[in-house]
Write a protein that binds this ligand. Sequence first.
Ligand SMILES: CC(C)(COP(=O)(O)OP(=O)(O)OC[C@H]1O[C@@H](n2cnc3c(N)ncnc32)[C@H](O)[C@@H]1OP(=O)(O)O)[C@@H](O)C(=O)NCCC(=O)NCCS
Length: 143
Amino acid sequence: MARQVIAFRTGDAARMAAARHIREIVFCQEQGVSADLEWDGKDDACEHFLLTDGETALACARVRPYEPGCFKIERVAVLKEHRGRGLGAEIMEALMARLGSKTLVLYAQTAVEGFYTRLGFASEGAVFQEAGIDHIKMVRHSR
Ligand SMILES: CC(C)(COP(=O)(O)OP(=O)(O)OC[C@H]1O[C@@H](n2cnc3c(N)ncnc32)[C@H](O)[C@@H]1OP(=O)(O)O)[C@@H](O)C(=O)NCCC(=O)NCCS
């Protein structure tokens, strides 16, 4: 089956349910993020991305306007059993291609800093905690 990355908004109920399912499994169940933090009320302000293989959704991400000319990437997740075979990079590349030359910011879990470094992001400032997990701000400047 062919893989593809689809961009959508919360009004697309079926795709939103698929993205929420991945986030529930990865962030809430696997990483122990609380429901309050995960479902933060910002989904309607975001463009969402889903990587599918045929009918099966394997990865998700969301992006929202952050500052003028700058967007924030959040909730990047690949189902555990599908990690390590390029799907995370694939959804990020598609997302970055869609956003064009915009400056992109994200708060990376320090455990995956190297994943974002490979994609052209640079770390800024000190490590901080979010949802009880160490994070660092990373930026990919407009190009
Ligand atoms: C982070 C995550 C999205 C990466 O997805 P993935 O599909 O496993 O990553 P890929 O296979 O596309 O890896 C792409 C590159 O990043 C590297 N990479 C992946 N995870 C890495 C990590 N934790 N640390 C350093 N490098 C990493 C890979 O080795 C690969 O490098 P290469 O191009 O030189 O071979 C995935 O591990 C995940 O969903 N983790 C749980 C949720 C999470 O923590 N999300 C991030 C929130 S900030």
